[in-house]
Ligand binder design. Structure first.
Ligand code: SF4
Length: 693
């Protein structure tokens, strides 16, 4: 029979969900321009032919009928008046006219860790150059800001030091405060490969019995908020038993004696009384971690989302330093990044205290960027507000009055949502740019429709610092436009810059001004696949692991000591006797704005489950599978009780996805870590009550 022409074409791009950064191949029906399938990419250097359920089946959101397809302007009363469709000129003229009233500290912007590096770069440039404001932040504030804070202090860089290949070459993996099987499934597969095929030891440290416990040599079930005591005690064992890497400590670190004087009293016996982990298990974990050939520390928000989050992160770094588990193959530190481009968003300068490439607001850097941007002296030199400070400032007359939010939904991601909603209603002007309507967009004065990952070109940077191409597979849905294109069109109404025609021009400018990326270009990415920064020249192959010879802060990394303080800002009481732990689930992504629009994923997890130990369930009169109300001092939600022995008595778990009217952040506490300003999402006091049918 005659050959039948293939009715589809395939586009290689990068998964838009988590920070693992898997390569996906989108199959597009040529007749309808619809994506009809997503396949793994065997050539992708990060995912090596694997995909999880979200990468494989989660693409349908891109062409969901709920997509916002035209600019929208609020008519009539603020917050309650209807939106009407507008042209791009009408909407952008209005935004430009209103925003000029708020130049300086009255303006703030939230960038999107779901958008590309190029999108983030032009948005921070818009804020600094046109709005004269460093009030720029993104979701890393709510996930890994303590990790970044601690790593910048101790090492001089806020990035993951190693690569997924290091897991496979390690003798021991320590998985602490994260559930990779649910949140970073392909990275979890590479961990399991290390354990099953190469015999690596696995230590899990988590109050919940996560799936990885099934593979663990040791599971330390510490109480929430007690990680400083646990990590100090492990370090104390390493020193006391002569397991420290004396050469590394002597030649590549500073502050050892001061640190040791603080942690010497943190014996395993002392830590056992705080953490609930036996002294013998603490000793065994320390010995496993310190032994050759190498160990990797892998962590998530169970470490960071605490009022002692930065202290926890320093505890991990101190452990890596004292055992010399850094700067060589099969070792290193991995804060697993949540969103697809949270690494890149920080790299691109979407931070209140640094320009692209983590270049601080120093006079020489400001001059270099000011000259390159054709506006010498225009970039403000004082650090701006982080997102939690932006929200707090709305209470004051001299606080933030106008916001431009791209691809973020703070009225789902902020803690204590009832309070956050009150504060956002005090803004004079709110612009939201996104692909779907959501809680924050409902309050906006203007909504600008952006494209999804499938409708634009650009780059994402994954958890292992690998810059990878994003390629357009389908035309923009409706009148939506790529974020970079919208920002540039808005900017051109306010100045004569921002004349880019294609994201590659934006990338080239960013690379030219950012030494860690200056050797990367679209041409190289297309020819070689992803490249890991630092990559300082076109001949440089990229860097799989950091700190082989020195650290960005100098020759020596720094020990920083913390003692175990209060375990949490809010602990159980007679009225609120249970500890609430929040996190994520496999079939939803973060707040669920995207995955709620994927039928297959919704079918797997259609309701908000409240995981509870059966003993607690019976104690409080619940039934497995029945509706339950959960209350904290700040709000309440309705979920479905799910009995599981994965939970310890006294603790419950609720994912922070919004399903129906329920979301965990109605309950969480806005108390935050003083160093990083991350809220304490991981611990608050709640009670549960049955809902009678
Ligand atoms: Fe996408 Fe993360 Fe799943 Fe990979 S592991 S397919 S990047 S969601």
């Amino acid at each position: 029979p005659p050959a039948v022409a293939d009715p589809t074409h395939t586009v290689s791009t990068t998964c838009p969900y988590c920070g693992v950064g898997c390569g996906i191949q989108l199959e597009v029906d040529d007749a309808t321009d619809r994506i009809v399938a997503s396949h793994d990419d065997p050539d992708n250097l990060s995912s090596v032919g694997m995909l999880c359920v979200k990468g494989r089946f989660g693409y349908t959101f891109a062409q969901h009928p709920d997509r916002i397809q035209t600019p929208l302007i609020r008519d009539g009363e603020r917050y309650t008046g209807p939106f009407r469709k507008a042209t791009w000129d009408e909407a952008l003229d209005l935004v430009a006219t209103r925003l000029v009233e708020y130049r300086g500290d009255a303006f703030a912007t939230l960038c999107s860790a779901k958008a590309t590096n190029e999108d983030g770069y032009v948005q921070q440039k818009f804020s600094r150059l046109i709005m004269s404001s460093n009030n720029i932040d993104h979701c890393t504030r709510l996930c890994h800001s303590p990790s970044v804070e601690a790593m910048l202090t101790s090492l001089g860089s806020g990035a993951t030091s190693n690569s997924y290949t290091d897991y496979e070459g390690a003798g021991c993996l320590v998985v602490i405060g994260c559930d990779p099987t649910s949140n970073h499934p392909v990275a979890a597969s590479r961990m399991r490969r290390a354990i099953v095929e190469r015999g690596a030891k696995l230590i899990v440290i988590n109050p919940r019995r996560i799936d990885m416990c099934d593979y663990a040599d040791l599971w330390l079930r510490s109480y929430p908020g007690t990680d400083v005591a646990l990590l100090n005690a492990m370090a104390q064992v390493i020193v006391a038993e002569g397991l420290a890497d004396a050469d590394f400590v002597a030649n590549r670190t500073e502050g050892y004696d001061d640190w040791l004087s603080v942690i010497e009293a943190d014996t395993p016996e002392h830590a056992a009384t705080i953490t609930g982990v036996s002294a013998d298990d603490i000793r065994d974990a320390a010995r496993m971690f310190a032994r050759p050939p190498g160990s990797c520390l892998i962590w998530g928000m169970g470490i960071t989302q605490h009022t002692n989050g930065t202290a926890n992160a320093h505890g991990l770094l101190n452990l890596a330093l004292v055992a010399g588990q850094l700067g060589r193959r099969g070792s290193g530190i991995s804060p697993l990044r949540g969103q697809n481009n949270v690494q890149g968003c920080g790299d691109a300068g979407c931070l209140p205290n640094s320009l692209p490439g983590y270049q601080g607001l120093r006079p020489d850097t400001l001059v270099r960027f000011g000259d390159a941007w054709g506006a010498p002296g225009r970039i403000p030199d004082a650090a701006g507000l982080v997102v939690t400070e932006m929200v707090e400032s709305m209470e004051r007359d001299d606080g933030v009055r106008a916001m431009y939010i791209t691809g973020e939904n703070p009225l789902l991601s902020e803690p204590d949502l009832n309070r956050a909603d009150e504060l956002f209603r005090r803004l004079d002007f709110l612009v939201v740019q996104d692909i779907f309507m959501h809680e924050t967009a409902q309050l906006a004065d203007v909504i600008l429709p952006a494209t999804s990952f499938a409708e634009k070109d650009g780059t994402f940077t994954n958890s292992e610092r690998r810059v990878q191409r994003v390629r357009q597979a389908i035309p923009p849905v409706g009148d939506s436009r790529p974020d970079w294109d919208i920002v540039c069109d808005l900017a051109r109404r306010m100045c004569d810059k921002f004349t880019y025609q294609h994201p590659s021009q934006i990338f080239d400018e960013m690379a030219q001004l950012t030494p860690i990326m200056s050797g990367i270009s679209y041409q190289r990415l297309d020819a070689e696949g992803g490249i890991q920064w630092p990559c300082p020249s076109p001949e440089h192959p990229g860097t799989t692991y950091l700190y082989a010879d020195d650290f960005p802060r100098g020759d020596r990394a720094k020990f920083v000591a913390f003692e175990q303080g209060a375990v949490a800002a809010e602990t159980p009481s007679d009225r609120f006797p249970l500890v609430l732990n929040t996190g994520r689930v496999l079939y939803h992504w973060h707040g669920g704005t995207i995955t709620r629009r994927v039928d297959g994923l919704m079918a797997r997890t259609p309701s908000l489950e409240v995981s509870i130990n059966p003993q607690d369930g019976e104690r409080f009169g619940l039934r497995d599978g029945a509706d339950v109300q959960v209350r904290s001092r700040r709000g309440s939600l309705t979920g479905v009780a799910r009995y599981t022995y994965r939970m310890r008595t006294g603790e419950i778990f609720i994912p922070f996805v919004r399903l129906g009217d329920s979301a965990a952040n109605f309950l969480t506490n806005a108390a935050y870590d003083p160093e990083s300003h991350i809220p304490e999402y991981k611990v608050c006091a709640v009670r549960v009550e049955p809902i009678e049918p």
